[in-house]
Design a protein around this ligand. Structure first.
Ligand code: LER
Length: 283
């Protein structure tokens, strides 16, 4: 049974708008993608009802991705917690309309903001995160959704870098509206064995993002893709594989993701080569 493979519109543009969505959906469908990952950078950038109509027309699925830009945080030291909770509720509402199974993203602190943490400060931060995530977990569960929380590499966050840390931090909330989103780019930087990290995530795995180890095309890199797909099989993951990379042409995303050079011959090439490689491996 082929997997559902999505491409994130961040491969081409940021922020996503209504005007950009339809042509990108058509491009992705022509390449063979089954679904789009739709980042909601600011509520109102694009209309979920309209997006659903565009995707229905193409027979495509959707995954809503939340963006933790400056000031967005579930930790008070790094941003406005009530505003972030409202934003994540708006993402959940969009996901209901789009029939997205999850809302995925690094839902703890702004992406690209790091600071030193003593063991005591870390424990306090995890406590605060659990407290501020708990009402959102209930909102997600009430809507039949999962907030898929993504660990990021050490240069983009101090808080959750590994699967082990994430499982421990989120343990009281896992299963009831909260799971993990794993991105092979971050796994490659932080995990000793990326496929073993996927196996460790097990039933908590709610979303998977893929790209080459340099954020370029899947298959143009050193990742052991057959082993990664075996690990996903081993944990029974049948959710979406979402290609996530970024255009260097947008300041916000390019700086957070540190895209300082083209990662493929073109963004189109990056997307086309990735799905071709995954399909050739039977995904
Ligand atoms: C967000 O999903 C992500 O993976 C980050 O690396 C973006 O900076």
């Amino acid at each position: 049974m082929p997997r559902t493979i999505a491409v994130n519109t961040w491969v081409w543009t940021s922020p996503l708008t209504d005007a950009a969505l339809e042509p990108l959906a058509r491009t992705a469908a022509r390449m063979g993608y089954d679904a789009l990952e739709l980042p909601l950078e600011s509520v109102g950038d694009w209309d979920p009802v309209r997006a659903r109509a565009v995707l229905d027309d193409l027979g495509m699925g959707a995954v809503v991705v939340g963006a933790m830009g400056p000031g967005r945080s579930l930790l008070a030291r790094a941003g406005d917690v009530p505003a972030t909770q409202d934003y994540l509720r708006a993402c959940l509402d969009a996901a209901v309309i789009l029939r997205s199974p999850v809302v995925a993203g690094p839902f703890y602190a702004p992406t690209g903001v790091t600071w030193r943490l003593s063991a005591g400060e870390r424990a306090a931060a995890i406590g605060e995160l659990r407290e501020n995530l708990a009402p959102l977990a209930r909102d997600a569960a009430d809507r039949g959704l999962i907030l898929a929380v993504e660990p990021l590499n050490r240069y983009e966050t101090s808080l959750l870098n590994t699967v082990g840390q994430s499982l421990e931090a989120l343990e009281p909330l896992l299963g009831a509206g909260v799971g993990l989103a794993l991105d092979t780019y971050h796994l490659n930087i932080e995990e000793k064995h990326p496929a073993e990290a996927v196996r460790a995530a097990g039933a908590a795995l709610a979303h998977v993002q893929v790209c080459g180890s340099d954020r370029g095309a899947v298959g143009d890199d050193h990742t052991d893709w057959p082993e990664m797909l075996r690990a996903l099989d081993d944990v029974g993951y049948r959710g979406v594989l979402g290609l996530e990379s970024f255009t260097g042409e947008n300041a916000t995303i390019a700086v957070a993701a540190s895209v300082w050079r083209p990662l493929a011959a073109s963004q189109h090439d990056l997307a086309a080569r990735s799905i071709a490689h995954l399909r050739a491996l039977g995904a």
